[in-house]
Each structure stands twice: as structure tokens, then as C-alpha cells.
Write a protein of this length. Structure first.
Length: 368
């Protein structure tokens, strides 16, 4: 019958000595002989190459104080979490509970953090949130480029988050992050049937260019900024068009766009939105009104053409009258005009003159 028992502990191992189920002490590397005739001793050999000490009686081992100098001991409360680095590389995150990590074989560093505040911030956040246990302990969100995140905690807006990754402790509060696009957007206000002051119904298509400048105000003032801006633009457009007659509306498109811009911009500012441009893209007349306008345009153009013809005819007659007056006042000019006329006639190569008056014959002969 053997009354001595031998326990061999390798250099990377540690022995846990129990007597009648009660933890006694640690057994370091080496060979250990123990007198145990009644087989009341038990040695559990664990590897220190696995930094975390896992044992069903870990609480007893920790309470004994035997791990001092051999392991990092953690007793995390409900508002605490731990970050574990092994060999200078982040390994995992720990929830509340008791833990022990061997420090003899592997380089282990443990950082206890406060989980009382909802938001978790750390200089190595990107590495931490990619660890296996991160998704169990953290709510992770990403704010995309060209956007801003509005942070709500327990229903209250608390902060604005720039593009990047963020983490929040689960169970610490109700967290919601709403992303708001900060880029310019185009809003079409199409198919608006509006009656002018002289009772002509027009179908108008307008376009609004806008962007968010105060995301917090926008979310607190309206649940749908695009729909609110659409409604405000619609109301301002109706007010501007209905106050003008058709001719005035068609003649002052730029003025109407300016007035529309001022009205919409004032309403949008209250929503945390900046309107950069407002314009009327299309104006569609009713079929009968379009035909009537075409007739008016045709008549106007015909009248303009007739006026131009009469103006040119008047100018020609005035020019002839001036020429006749000059010729009457200057016989020399008259003689030159006669010679020019005869030169043109002689250039044809044939001249037939039929005269019946004797005096006229003598004058023409004299000229020739």
C-alpha cells in the first residue's frame, strides 16, 4: 500500500492542492511528494499557457490569497468591466464576476473600466469592439461619412457624433443614434395646380435645393424634414402665384423665384435646414389658354411685322422726297442724274426713242 503520492508539475503548469475538497495551496513546477495514506489529497494541474484560470472552485482559490504574485485577480462589480491584453495584444472583454489570469508564462495586462456611464470611450476602441465578447457587452454603431449622428439616451438628445465608430454599454440606458445626411438634397415640388389672381389655373413644377445645418434642431422640430419642407414650399408657392395675374406672373419669373426663396428660407430655418436655391422649373397652361396665348402671340408678331414694313416704306418715301428737293434746287445734280441714266441705257447696246412732242424731241436731241 502506497502512503506517499508523487505529483509532477511542469514548468508551464501550476498545481492546485485540495484536501477533502478544501483548497490548500499552489504547487509550483517540480516534483512533489505528499503523505496521503487515506487518499484525501487531490491535485488539479492547470496550464499557465492558458492565461485564464478556469476552475469550479475559483472563488475559494481567490479567497485563500494563494494567487498573489502568481496571477492577476479580478472581482468585477455590476458597474465594472475589464479589458484584457495578452502579450501586448487585446484579447477580450470581461463582464461582472471573478477572474484570475496567470502572469508567469504570458504577459497579461488587465484594465478595469467604469461601465456606469452609457458611452464607452477608449483610445483602442477599434480593436476592442472587434473582440469576441464585445457584441455581448456593447452596442456598436457606425456613423457614415458625410453624416452626423444624433445621440439619444433615455429619450433625451445628449450629443452629436461625427463620422466614426462608437460603443455603448448594454443595460446602462436606452441608446439610439439617428444618422442625418449633411449633403445637399433636391426636393421636387411637382404637379401644383394653382389659380392666379385673374382665375387662370396653372400647373407648376418647382425645385428646392436644401441641406441640414442643425441636425439636433431638425430632429426635435419634425419627424420628416423633407415632408415638412415640401409642405412649406407648397404653401409659399400658392401664396406667391395666387397674388399675381397671369401676364404679371409670366413677365416676372425672376422676381417670383426670389420671393419664393425668401419665404421658403424663413420657414426652413426653423427646422434646422438651409435652403440654397428655389426655382420654378415648369409652368403648364391649360389647353384652351395655350391656344389663346398662341393666337395672341401670332397676332402680336404680325402687327410687329406690319409696323416694320410701314416704317421702312415711310423711310423710303422720305428719302425720295429729299432727293427730289436736292435735284430741284441744283440743276448740276439734275444734269448728273440725267447722264447716269443715259449711261445705263446706252450700256444695253440698243436705244429706241419714240417721241410725239416737237419740243420734247428737241430737248432729247440736245441731250444726246
Amino acid at each position: 500500500m502506497f502512503v506517499f503520492r508523487r505529483f509532477r508539475i511542469r514548468t508551464w503548469e501550476m498545481g492546485l492542492l485540495f484536501r477533502d475538497g478544501e483548497f490548500q495551496r499552489l504547487l509550483p513546477a517540480g516534483t512533489h511528494w505528499h503523505f496521503d495514506p487515506l487518499h484525501r489529497l487531490q491535485v488539479d494541474i492547470v496550464s499557465q499557457r492558458e492565461p485564464c484560470l478556469t476552475h469550479e472552485k475559483l472563488d475559494l482559490i481567490i479567497r485563500s490569497g494563494a494567487l498573489a504574485g502568481h496571477a492577476a485577480v479580478l472581482d468585477l462589480q455590476d458597474t465594472q468591466r475589464a479589458l484584457v491584453w495578452i502579450d501586448n495584444r487585446f484579447s477580450h472583454m470581461l463582464p461582472p464576476g471573478q477572474y484570475a489570469y496567470w502572469t508567469g508564462v504570458r504577459q497579461v495586462r488587465v484594465e478595469v473600466v467604469d461601465a456606469g456611464s452609457v458611452r464607452f470611450e477608449h483610445q483602442h476602441l477599434r480593436s476592442i469592439i472587434r473582440s469576441p465578447l464585445a457584441a455581448r457587452l456593447l452596442e456598436i454603431c457606425t456613423v457614415q461619412r458625410d453624416r452626423v449622428g444624433v445621440l439619444f439616451i433615455d429619450g433625451r438628445c445628449t450629443d452629436l457624433l461625427q463620422p466614426g465608430e462608437y460603443a455603448f454599454w448594454k443595460g446602462a440606458g436606452e441608446v439610439k443614434v439617428v444618422e442625418v445626411d449633411l449633403r445637399e438634397s433636391i426636393l421636387d415640388v411637382a404637379g401644383q395646380d394653382i389659380m392666379t389672381a385673374d382665375k387662370v389655373t396653372l400647373r407648376i413644377n418647382a425645385v428646392v435645393t436644401w441641406k441640414v445645418i442643425d441636425a439636433r434642431r431638425m430632429l426635435s422640430q419634425t419627424d420628416d424634414a423633407r415632408q415638412s419642407l415640401y409642405r412649406d414650399t407648397q404653401l409659399v408657392l400658392r401664396g406667391v402665384v395666387s397674388s399675381r395675374e397671369l401676364d404679371g406672373f409670366l413677365a416676372d419669373r425672376d422676381g417670383i423665384s426670389k420671393e419664393l426663396m425668401e419665404g421658403v428660407r424663413g420657414r426652413a430655418a426653423a427646422l434646422g435646414v438651409e435652403v440654397t436655391a428655389v426655382g420654378i422649373r415648369d409652368v403648364i397652361l391649360p389647353g384652351d389658354m395655350k391656344e389663346l396665348m398662341n393666337k395672341v402671340t401670332e397676332a402680336r408678331k404680325a402687327a410687329e411685322a406690319n409696323l416694320i414694313a410701314r416704317r421702312e416704306e415711310t423711310a423710303a418715301i422720305r428719302s425720295q422726297a429729299n432727293t427730289a428737293k436736292l435735284l430741284a434746287d441744283s440743276p448740276a445734280l439734275m444734269r448728273l442724274r440725267e447722264l447716269e441714266t443715259l449711261e445705263k441705257i446706252a450700256a444695253t447696246g440698243k436705244l429706241n426713242v419714240v417721241l410725239g412732242d416737237k419740243g420734247l424731241i428737241e430737248r432729247v436731241t440736245t441731250m444726246l
